[in-house]
Design a protein around this ligand. Structure first.
Ligand code: KG4
Ligand code: ZN
Length: 330
């Protein structure tokens, strides 16, 4: 059996491993979650994350090979996240991948996590048509990028401070909803009425975003109105985030001719964002490309599929962790 990439993702708090074919079909995938570990601290505790990756990585690789009924000899290569992310977590992933590659005689590609999210939209089936406008909304990033079929990426907007995922997580914490905040806010918001007047920040920043003012506005409101129904605060916060994200996407599509809008990253798991993005695409006359929910949050499959792009370009060098990569980098 040929053409099988082992993808390994350890940039943050999930140990993701998968086996992926070049067409995006996923042969097997597993994610060892650390949510319970970090919930106690209300966010990711980096040193604990690294140690949990050490414990989880080899058993997760073994599980994926077993689930697929494969042995290491069946694999073509290994792709591993080399950045951006938490440095300790990246070191565990890249060192483990290099060790496995040496032991099994396989090439190892160091993959940009952001390109992994980008390629997540083509997992299971090819969806993206080019040129594409990509909205990447995760815990670490909020950005807009214009992408060509040859993999050339132009960053056209990004956040000047917090990412939208960070804002979700912090507001969830203020509301006592636990970690990670996104899913908890998404469950609460539809039960409330958006009756709190919150700012729509970054109106004047072109295609750039800013979410720290919104987060502070929620904090000030809660200090002044501690008994306001939390579901109404959550609903108002989600409305404000979505208004900003959708208006920036509308502007980006108007400025950069695109055949489709791709929405990826953990916050792309939000049903409300999916609905609003669909409405925008109908209005703008472009296709909407969304990865299935399970591929929106961090996973090994997106890294495996992105690794095929590195393989095609011969971009093989010993993966070195790099926390400063941008989406335009390989
Ligand atoms: O892409 P991701 O798994 O990790 C990073 O690369 O950062 O994104 C994690 C972020 C967290 O902030 C989490 O709260 C958010 O994605 N998230 C969601 C949902 N699921 C995860 N945000 C909104 N709605 C969701 N259903
Ligand atoms: Zn991510």
């Amino acid at each position: 059996m040929a053409d099988l990439m082992l993808g390994i993702e350890t940039s943050c708090d999930d140990t993701g491993v998968a086996i992926v074919r070049p067409d995006g079909s996923v042969v097997a995938s597993a994610v060892a979650s650390q949510v319970e570990l970090h919930d106690r601290y209300g966010g990711v505790y980096p040193e604990m994350a690294s140690r949990a990756h050490v414990d989880a990585i080899l058993p997760t690789v073994r599980q994926v090979l077993d689930d697929a009924g494969l042995t290491p000899a069946d694999l073509t290569a290994i792709g591993v996240t080399r950045g951006p992310g938490l440095i300790g977590s990246l070191v565990v992933g890249t060192n483990s991948a290099v060790g496995l590659g040496d032991g099994w005689g396989l090439p190892v590609y160091g993959v940009n996590h952001l390109r992994g999210h980008l390629r997540s939209a083509d997992l299971d089936e090819q969806r993206v048509t080019y040129p594409a406008m990509v909205l990447l909304v995760s815990g670490g990033h909020t950005l807009l990028a214009h992408v060509q079929e040859d993999g050339d990426v132009t960053l056209v907007g990004s956040t000047r401070d917090d990412s939208v995922g960070e804002a979700y997580d912090k507001v969830a914490r203020m509301l006592g909803l636990g970690y990670p905040g996104g899913p908890a806010i998404d469950r609460l918001a539809p039960t409330g009425t958006p009756d709190v007047d919150l700012p729509r920040p970054a109106r004047d920043l072109g295609l750039d975003f800013s979410f720290s003012g919104l987060k502070s506005a929620v904090s000030r409101f809660l200090a002044a109105h501690p008994d306001h129904p939390p579901e109404n605060v959550a609903a108002s916060f989600v409305e404000a985030c979505l208004d900003v994200l959708v208006s920036k996407c509308r502007k980006a599509l108007a400025q950069h001719p695109s055949r489709c809008l791709v929405v990826v990253g953990g916050v792309a798991a939000s049903p409300q964002l999916r609905e609003r993005a669909a409405a925008l695409c109908t209005e703008a006359g472009v296709e909407l490309c969304l990865p299935p929910l399970r591929w929106s949050t961090d996973n090994g499959a997106m890294i495996g599929l992105a690794a095929w792009d590195y393989h095609a370009r011969g971009l093989q060098e010993r993966p070195r962790p790099d926390t400063s990569l941008t989406i335009a980098d390989w």
